[in-house]
Design a protein around this ligand. Structure first.
Ligand code: ANZ
Ligand code: ZN
Length: 811
């Protein structure tokens, strides 16, 4: 047999070609075999291509897919492109290349890189959110939402850059300034499409319990949904026939209210501002409109506000209290108005200190301390004081009693609020799915008939933002003008497009049936494949994408399109790759190009190194000597394998045992997401062999070892598998080896020998020794003999693998 040297370049291109020729990665739709759906968060195909940081998640998902395939599962491991949206459009504008052209080009490059990785993606199932066969159903889902009252239009203030003359996404606003030109942004009211995700708030929260997801992600989602139990309380106005409704979680502090605050956008603001305060108040309101909610909530430099000149009455005791305006109260939470209790709320306390408003303590830390009110901030729950008949109750009792009292007279109502807001679903941008609605003078909003889908995105030369706050599509006369589907009169298309999250909210469904022209996915196929068993991606998606996908899934479940209501059973968040202390990124000098590494060491080495470099959920540092080490290891495995095939040694019991131990260890570590430590096991196994059996492995053990290694280094494994005389791919005919615990366990064990229940000696016996053998051996011990000497044994007890006990009687 010729003793080849390890040449990754030759091996890897050989096997990639072979896989392609044999359609090795095609997924069978044999809907009877047990399935495993292993999914990567699909990438946005940027112009920069992949660097070694991106490889981590893709390799992990490929290792899992191949592992499951070797275990006999029917594995779905697809890939596609999150191609619509702002990043692609901005990139195109920057480079002056049409997004359609640049997206296509970038996809080509990504696909080449992913293929070179040796990943088993089934490219027959590739999806692309900007492909009209795909977005036809993104639009179809929107229409279903519209028909079910979940999509609606509303005037909403959006972030507006007066210099770029365009709306900006929240992510594009940095400290209140435009990310691109640093001009201060303003808020501009625009009619927007909204999705009523708030209708699903309770289910999105409750069903988190069903998910095998990192606790951190679940916590972030639940905070984002932000369920808050409290009450709405009505404060009648003094001298005006009207009232202010507030939302509070602390009705127990009602006697401590010393003022009311309205958000600057509150509809009563104009009514309440008295003429002498008007100038100052108007200026303040205008000023606040420029700030984003985030700024308003996190503002550190003191509270600001203005007095309206008006008063309200506290419904519990008829106290007359002043009404202020301040931007620490947000219009889009609760009722946009609060009852301020400076003694027990830190924001109110700060505000009251600035404006010299009285602080009235009504909660004491403990029941003894019912003394004089001090001007100190106390935000915990406690015992009510200075609260009339409610004094002496604890906070919980006080809340209930006060709400009940006011409820009878119609001044309060228990209320649950959510932080979650309806989803602003329209973008004034070109590169997205057109919203399938037609506006008609006679009929109003008319949904595009389903048989007319897709509403195609027209190809245009100019796709920059229009400057008027309208989508660039508004400039394309022959596209927007269309007859009304209902009455036939001239009408106009909706020109806003969907946000980049639209396609990714349901793409996992499409992979199961990517060519279906009738529906998003055949129900039987969806039943078989979904939900996704294992979903792998970065933690930047902890909220938005994962929440939107859950929302879409629940909606599709509700309309009977699918039979499951959570898309991703198990989620794994992959850590980042740092180099020289910074996150690796294309724009920084610390970027290591994966092409470069693949050219130098081969894809298998990079794959193995990625899995070896640290716990996959944690950030890890790229290290050049680390990859060298992994390459040397593979070379060593290669050499031992070649030797094994040349000498073909017989099977040895110690090797068999080591192999079984390895199988057990690798399975445990893979299942527990400790891939990096699985690789250490491979390394010790090889070290053991090099030391004890330099002649190598017998065929059976070599086959098992190579199979275990195959998910990590598929080209490498195929080559050795073939050299072993197999004519078909290891992933086709190979089977994940089983281990036998009896073989793994040591064949001898050490057990204590007791006399009258006291340990007198220990000895090593065969694990499966019979009682006679064990007793005989124990009696031969000099120590035991000396204890028994002259006495008689009246009972011999042997508890297999545990203990021997002699019951001895003195003569
Ligand atoms: C009186 C009070 C007294 C409050 C006290 C708190 C402590 P969560 O838990 O986040 O729901 N609030 C209500 N609406 C608001 C708005 N639109 N903008 C800013 N703050 C608002 O918070 C509920 C509490 O946040 C409410 O309870 C209200 O202040 C404030 F010792 O009412 B509280
Ligand atoms: Zn019409």
């Amino acid at each position: 047999m010729s003793f080849k040297t390890y040449d990754p370049q030759i091996i890897e291109s050989k096997w990639r070609k072979r896989w392609e020729e044999n359609h090795a990665h095609e997924t069978g739709d044999a809907l009877v075999k047990p399935k495993f759906y292993c999914l990567d968060m699909f990438p946005y195909p940027s112009g920069d291509g992949l660097h070694v940081g991106h490889w981590r998640g893709y390799v992990l998902s490929d290792v899992w897919s191949r592992y499951k395939k070797l275990q006999g599962f029917n594995v779905l491991h697809p890939m596609g492109w999150d191609a619509f949206g702002l990043p692609a459009e901005n990139d195109a504008i920057k480079k002056g290349i049409h997004p359609q052209v640049s997206t296509q080009r970038n996809i080509g490059n990504f696909k080449r890189q992913l293929t070179e990785m040796g990943a088993m993606y089934d490219w027959d199932r590739e999806v692309n959110t900007s492909d009209q066969e795909f977005y036809k159903f993104t639009q179809w889902i929107f229409l279903q939402m519209y028909k079910n009252g979940l999509a609606y239009r509303k005037e909403m203030p959006i972030n507006w850059c007066p210099s770029c003359k365009t709306g900006l996404a929240n992510e594009e606003v940095i400290n209140g300034r435009c990310e691109r030109c640093e001009t201060e942004i303003t808020r501009k009211p625009l009619v927007q499409w909204m999705l009523r995700i708030t209708q699903y708030a309770d289910r999105l929260l409750a069903d988190l319990d069903k998910l095998d997801w990192p606790e951190k992600v679940k916590k972030m989602q639940s905070n984002w949904i932000g369920r808050s139990e409290g009450a709405e309380i009505i404060f009648p106005l003094v001298g005006i026939e009207n009232s202010i409704k507030v939302f509070t979680t602390r009705a127990d502090t009602l006697f401590g209210v010393t003022y009311i605050v309205l958000a600057p956008e509150h509809p009563l603001v104009d009514t309440l501002i008295k003429p002498e305060y008007k100038k100052e108040a108007d200026g303040y309101v205008a000023e606040s409109m420029r700030k984003s909610n985030i700024e308003r909530m996190t503002q550190v430099t003191g509270k600001t506000g203005v007095f309206t000149g008006s008063y309200a009455k506290n419904p519990i005791n008829d106290d007359v209290i002043p009404i202020w305006i301040s931007d620490y109260v947000l219009m889009d939470y609760g009722t946009g108005a609060i009852m301020a209790v400076p003694a027990h709320d830190s924001r109110d306390y700060e505000f009251a200190s600035v404006f010299n408003i009285p602080v009235r303590q009504v909660i004491a830390a403990n029941s003894q301390d019912t003394s004089e009110s001090t001007e100190e901030l106390y935000t915990d729950k406690g015992t009510l004081i200075n609260s009339g008949p409610y004094s002496g109750m604890n906070s919980e009792q006080g809340k209930e009693a006060i709400i009940n009292k006011l409820r009878k007279s119609g001044y309060a109502e228990p209320k649950i609020n959510y932080k979650l807001r309806d989803w602003v679903f329209s973008r004034q941008r070109y590169w997205g799915e057109p919203i399938p609605i037609i506006h008609c003078k006679n009929c109003g909003e008319v949904p595009v008939p389903e048989e007319d889908l897709p509403v195609r995105l027209p190809y245009v030369e100019r796709y920059e933002p229009s400057g008027t706050g309208e989508s660039p599509l508004a400039l394309i006369e022959d596209w927007i003008n269309t007859p009304c589907p209902r009455c036939g009169n001239p009408a106009k298309r909706e020109t806003n497009t969907m946000p980049q999250w639209a396609g990714s909210s349901w793409y996992f469904l499409r992979y199961c049936d990517p060519c279906n022209s009738q529906e998003p996915c055949d129900k039987q196929k969806a039943d078989y494949w979904l939900p996704v068993d294992f979903y792998i991606g970065g933690n930047e998606h902890a909220i938005l994408h994962l929440l939107y996908a859950r929302f879409y899934t629940k909606f599709l479940y509700d309309i009977g399109a699918i039979n499951f209501d959570e898309p991703f059973t198990r989620l794994f968040n992959i850590g980042m790759i740092n180099k020289d202390g910074y996150k690796m990124s294309k724009s920084k000098p610390n970027c290591v190009s994966s092409d470069e590494i693949v050219n130098k060491y081969g894809a298998d080495t990079l794959r193995l190194y990625k899995m070896y470099m640290g716990p996959p959920e944690q950030d890890s540092d790229w290290n050049d000597t680390g990859i060298e080490g992994v390459y040397r290891f593979l070379t060593k495995v290669w050499t031992i394998s070649m030797k094994s095939l040349e000498y073909n040694p017989v099977s040895r019991p110690d090797v068999v045992k080591e192999t079984h131990k390895l199988i057990k260890g690798v399975v445990e570590r893979l299942e527990n997401q400790k891939v990096n430590t699985a690789i250490s096991l491979f390394m010790s196994y090889i070290n053991y062999l090099a030391k004890e059996h330099p002649e190598g492995l017998d065929k059976d053990n070599l086959g098992k070892f190579i199979t275990l290694l195959a998910p990590f280094v598929p080209h490498f494994a195929e080559e050795i598998w073939e050299a072993m005389g197999n004519s078909q791919s290891i992933f086709k005919i190979g089977r994940w080896p089983m281990y036998d615990t009896n073989i793994i366990e040591e064949s001898t064990i050490e057990i204590p020998v007791q006399i009258n229940g006291k340990v007198r000696d220990t000895m090593i016996i065969e694990r499966n020794a019979s009682k006679d053998e064990a007793i005989k051996k124990a009696k031969s011990s000099e120590v035991i003999k000396s204890y028994i000497k002259g006495n008689s044994i009246c009972k011999e007890i042997y508890i297999p693998q545990k203990v021997i006990n002699f019951v001895v009687k003195q003569k």
